[in-house]
Write a protein that binds this ligand. Structure first.
Ligand code: TRP
Length: 475
């Protein structure tokens, strides 16, 4: 087989994996989920999920990938036979669907970055209706305000940037891109946090975010926390397995996974610390007690209003930087998602990397079109009758979330009954001498063999029941 390439070392791998993990999930979804689900209570459940379920799954996933040295399908197939290969294929399919809608939202963020930097967005007098029109009319090239408003074009460009990076290969493409964008992301994030904490009423936002409200603790809080943790850490469909296959043998998997988890969680946490002071600043300015913060409106409607309040000059700078941050976060995630099917075709079909990358990117863009058109343009996609009137993008995203926890559960079953835990331990000892005598080994073996398969299995079933029937109606 041709040389598949490697990350140059530990830092390159960690940055790339953390880049995959840190994404729209952290900056866009985490803050409003936390806001909706009781603030610090949600944070607590989220951390519990990471510690007990996600970290072990992440270690297992990377170990499988590095041992087999292949794509997600190839890894399962090599270590477990053809039947298990289907689990890898399933993961690759899920990855394709995730990227298909993810790239749509990334395209919005890219469009907003341009619109705010050029300043025209800050002239709008109704951000809500602007966003509605923006996502609705995907082909509007005739915008009167200078800059074309076509989010078809924006997502196409975003996918092209993703493909351009992935086509350059592991070290020259993925690693270099992450080495530039990840540090920049942290710097921008910290900068905006410091600024937002100086605004009037900022502390009210911090309090809202950090003071727990245990009255909010419902079983759905646990579901949301678990799904979010899996999505945010890029687990359960083979991204980290694929990245792990480019990791050298002398690197320490267990400690790398810990750094990745901490990096991801800290960005999610910090994103909340950036957003809620801003939101409460707006409430103060508008003299209202609450602005809607759930879902897409948070970053696409509420935040732009805040940038507007800052005045055009400052708003352009802070708003532009904010959306640049979102684009960086999204781009380091989309490249990891695209790499999964690309690795499959390169490894299994012996195809040439460059051609595969552009072909698959185009295909996934097309798969994403229904999600793009589900925001108002096509009424039946906007209100799915079989899915409680929700739109197609939400539907695909929900199905993917469920597939991730199921995928994680099956991966633990695979390690326990097929590959065998001692083989995983052997792989983890590489680059980590002393692992076999450590407490960590006991912890990982216990969680991967018992806690994860059981809890992930039960919770996945409950999540599915809840999604389709509503858990209150069943129990
Ligand atoms: N983790 C990323 C985010 O939070 C998205 C992502 C990238 C992802 N690769 C993935 C999610 C693989 C699930 C599986 O935005």
């Amino acid at each position: 087989m041709a040389n598949r390439g490697y990350f140059s070392g530990r830092i390159g791998f960690i940055l790339a994996a953390a880049g995959s993990a840190v994404g729209l999930g952290n900056i866009w979804k985490f803050p409003y989920l936390a806001g909706q689900n009781g603030g610090a209570v949600f944070l607590f459940i989220y951390l519990l999920c990471i510690f007990l379920l996600c970290y072990p799954v992440m270690v297992g996933e990377i170990a499988i990938g590095r041992r087999a040295g292949l794509d997600a399908y190839g890894s399962y197939q090599k270590l477990g036979g053809k039947k298990w290969g289907y689990l890898g294929l399933f993961g690759i399919m899920v990855g394709i669907f995730i990227l298909s809608f993810y790239n749509v939202v990334a395209g919005w963020a890219f469009g907003y970055f341009l619109h705010i930097s050029f300043g025209d967005l800050l002239q709008e007098d109704n951000m809500g209706s602007f966003f509605g029109l923006f996502v609705n009319d995907i082909l509007d090239l005739s915008s009167t305000k200078g800059l074309a408003n076509s989010n078809f074009l924006f997502s196409l460009i975003f996918m092209a940037m993703t493909a351009f990076i992935v086509a350059r290969g592991i070290q020259k493409g993925i690693e270099v891109a992450n080495r530039i964008m990840m540090p920049a992301l942290y710097v921008i994030l910290i900068g905006i946090i410091i600024y937002s904490l100086t605004l009037p009423n900022a502390m009210a936002g911090v309090r809202f975010y950090l003071v727990p409200d245990f009255g909010e603790l419902k079983i759905q809080t646990v579901f949301e926390g678990l799904k979010q943790a899996f999505f945010s850490l890029s687990l359960g469909m083979g991204t980290l397995m694929t990245y792990g296959s480019y990791l050298k043998k002398n690197e320490n998997i267990a400690s790398s996974a810990a750094v990745i988890s901490i990096a991801d969680t800290s960005v999610a946490f910090l994103a909340g610390l950036m957003v809620f002071p801003l939101v409460h600043f707006l409430q103060f300015k508008l003299q209202v007690t609450e602005v809607a913060t759930a879902g897409p409106p948070l970053i696409f409607i509420v935040l732009p209003q805040i940038f507007q309040e800052m005045g055009v000059a400052l708003g352009r700078v802070v708003g532009g930087l904010f959306f640049l941050l979102v684009c960086f976060a999204a781009l380091t995630s989309t490249i990891s998602l695209l790499e999964v099917p690309v690795a499959y075709l390169v490894d299994q079909m012996n195809m040439e990397r460059k051609k595969v990358v552009w072909g698959i990117a185009l295909l996934i863009f097309v798969v994403g079109l229904p999600s793009m058109m589900s925001q108002g343009m096509v009424p039946f996609l906007n209100k799915l009758t079989f899915y409680k009137g929700q739109d197609f993008l939400v539907f695909v995203s929900d199905m993917c979330d469920i597939s991730l926890t199921v995928g994680g559960c099956l991966m633990c079953v695979f390690i326990t009954y097929q590959w065998r835990i001692h083989n995983m331990n052997e792989e983890l000892e590489e680059g980590n001498e002393g692992y076999n005598r450590s407490f960590l080994k006991k912890y990982l073996n216990f969680t991967i063999q018992y806690v994860c398969p059981l809890l992930l299995g039960i919770l996945s079933i409950l999540i599915i029941i809840d999604k389709f029937f509503g858990i209150e109606n069943v129990f």
